[in-house]
Structures are given as structure tokens and as C-alpha cells.
Design a binder for this molecule. Structure first.
Ligand code: CO
Length: 134
């Protein structure tokens, strides 16, 4: 069912500082920040040869990242995103196996303009999992 690792997302307090770490200290290619109010985040993409890192900073009230940063004030790994061919087929198979899909269970359009779903971390080794249809 799973395809490539699309990205690893890292929650950060200060996306400008985090971008500088990836660009200047680690020498990676880093995008301009994009504000995504519908997802409650500002995102920067770090492009690596085999995958991407997404730096996520809270944006606006009720950001899903704000709560995470309360527990992990230094920031940290927020989720991993795996590619799937058909997100509805994947969702239905996972649900049939007892996995919990977050939200209303329907795919939303994610930061890359593709349908995404999130799976409950308790069902996946303590890690929030995003599926993206590619
Ligand atoms: Co993501």
C-alpha cells in the first residue's frame, strides 16, 4: 500500500530561524515560507535528493502545531508522510483493519495541492502518519 516517503514534518517555533539552520548550517535548498491559513501553519519546504522536510510554524488561532509545541518547546518531529496511489482505497483498507482516521475521515487538499489524510498516532507506533495521494 505504501509508496515513497514524501516528507518528514518538523514543528518549529520560529520558521525563519529553522530555515537558516537548514540553509546555512546544513547547506540544504530551502523554499520561501508559505502561509496556509486553512491548515493553521506556515510551511517551508527543504528539498533533499530523496525526499523533503517540511518545517511547520503555527499560524493563527487553534493551529494544530501550537499544542505540539506546548509539549515540545524546542520543536520536534511532527509527522511522516507516505505516498499512496489511491487514498480512498488506502483509507477503507486501514479503517477495515481498525485504524483511526483523524478529522471527518475525508481527504483534504494538503500543502502540495494533493489529497491527504492523517492517521491516529496511537495506531502507528506513536507517530502521526499522513497519507498523500500522488
Ligand atoms: Co505533511
Amino acid at each position: 500500500m505504501l509508496g515513497r516517503l514524501n516528507h518528514v514534518a518538523i514543528a518549529v517555533r520560529d520558521i525563519a530561524a529553522a530555515s537558516a539552520v537548514y540553509r546555512d548550517t546544513l547547506g540544504a535548498q530551502v523554499s520561501e515560507p508559505q502561509r496556509l491559513p486553512e491548515h493553521g501553519v506556515t510551511v517551508v519546504f527543504v528539498v533533499l535528493p530523496n525526499t523533503k522536510i517540511e518545517l511547520l510554524e503555527p499560524l493563527g488561532e487553534g493551529s494544530p502545531i501550537a499544542k505540539f509545541l506546548e509539549k515540545s518547546p524546542d520543536g520536534g518531529m511532527h509527522h511522516v508522510c507516505y505516498e499512496v496511489d489511491d487514498i480512498i482505497v488506502a483509507r477503507d483498507k486501514l479503517k477495515a483493519g481498525g485504524a483511526r482516521v483523524l478529522g471527518d475521515g475525508n481527504p483534504k487538499i494538503g500543502a502540495h495541492g494533493k489529497p491527504v489524510l492523517f492517521l491516529h498516532p496511537k495506531d502507528f507506533c506513536g507517530t502521526l502518519v499522513e497519507l498523500e495521494q500522488v
